[in-house]
Write a protein that binds this ligand. Structure first.
Ligand SMILES: [Zn+2]
Length: 279
């Protein structure tokens, strides 16, 4: 992905400090572990890559809101978001076993100092399981941003390369949503809110801007949208070919997301935007 890089544990602290200095209020961390296995043990290790990064960032920038991605795919040797069981040629994801590991992951992030945990896996029941575990351990103020509507999408491609989490076999359609099904998306949002989500997130952004608007209108909850890697890469490619002006294109896209009800936008242009929208 042009303009996007992985950072080492020390670089990420500098990047966070710089981001905060330019006016960014929040960052969302994704971890790339050294080793992967079939239990995703790096995801919930006390000294895992994200846990260490959160501790260092909060030490240097206590005011910066640190959000953490909670999923297992980056830590799984097979690259799926959950614990797998193969049966002949078929495989399936074990929902409840996966939720247990997600709870451990969220809890370890909260212990490290994360302000908001963001489960992105789409397993059933994980928001309430995480909420209960956080409360039981005294993390009542740790928020949950739920990827309430995560559609199976072609636009995730560049991220999977960047995060090194492409599934080694099969795809994610059994746990991500069908792009034709708006009603299912709204039901998932309602479920996550009932389970205790503080922020609901819609992903991808522009192809699902109708969903964003409906979620914002119907539920009145803080609503976030994730402008994903493929959407980013398309604009970057157009800029490179001289088809559109980057600043103007990005400002138009971001404005349209705000217009459609986004209270928060997850975007790879965050740093540039702090410059571009300064009065
Ligand atoms: Zn995942």
């Amino acid at each position: 992905m042009p303009g996007v890089s992985q950072f080492s544990a020390s670089e990420v602290v500098d990047q966070a400090a710089r981001a905060q200095a330019t006016g960014l209020q929040a960052i969302l961390l994704f971890g790339i572990p050294k080793d992967k296995d079939e239990q995703a043990s790096g995801a919930y290790a006390e000294n895992g890559v994200v846990q260490n990064a959160v501790r260092s960032i909060k030490k240097k920038c206590p005011e910066l809101v640190v959000m953490t991605d909670v999923c297992l795919c980056e830590y799984m040797s097979h690259g799926h978001c959950g614990v797998m069981r193969a049966e002949g040629d078929h495989f399936h994801i074990l929902n409840d076993e996966t939720v247990d590991l997600l709870v451990n992951t969220a809890l370890s992030h909260a212990k490290a100092g994360a302000d908001i945990v963001a489960p992105s896996d789409m397993m059933d029941g994980r928001v309430s399981a995480i909420r209960h575990a956080l409360d039981a351990h005294g993390f009542t103020d740790t928020g949950i941003m739920s990827y309430a509507t995560k559609f199976a999408s072609v636009f995730y491609g560049p991220f999977r390369d960047a995060a090194e989490n492409s599934p080694q076999f099969g795809d994610r359609r059994s746990y991500q949503m069908d792009c034709a099904n708006a009603e299912e998306a709204l039901r998932e949002v309602a479920l996550d809110i009932n389970e205790g989500a503080d922020i609901v997130l819609v992903k991808p952004a522009l192809p699902y801007i109708d969903i964003l608007w409906r979620v914002h209108e119907r539920f009145g909850k803080p609503t976030a949208v994730y402008h994903v890697s493929g959407e980013y890469a398309m604009v970057k490619a157009a800029v490179e070919k001289g088809i559109v002006d980057e600043r103007a294109a990005v400002l138009e896209i971001m404005t349209s997301l705000k217009r459609a009800g986004a209270d928060m936008i997850v975007t790879y242009w965050a740093r540039e935007l702090t410059r571009w929208i300064k009065p």
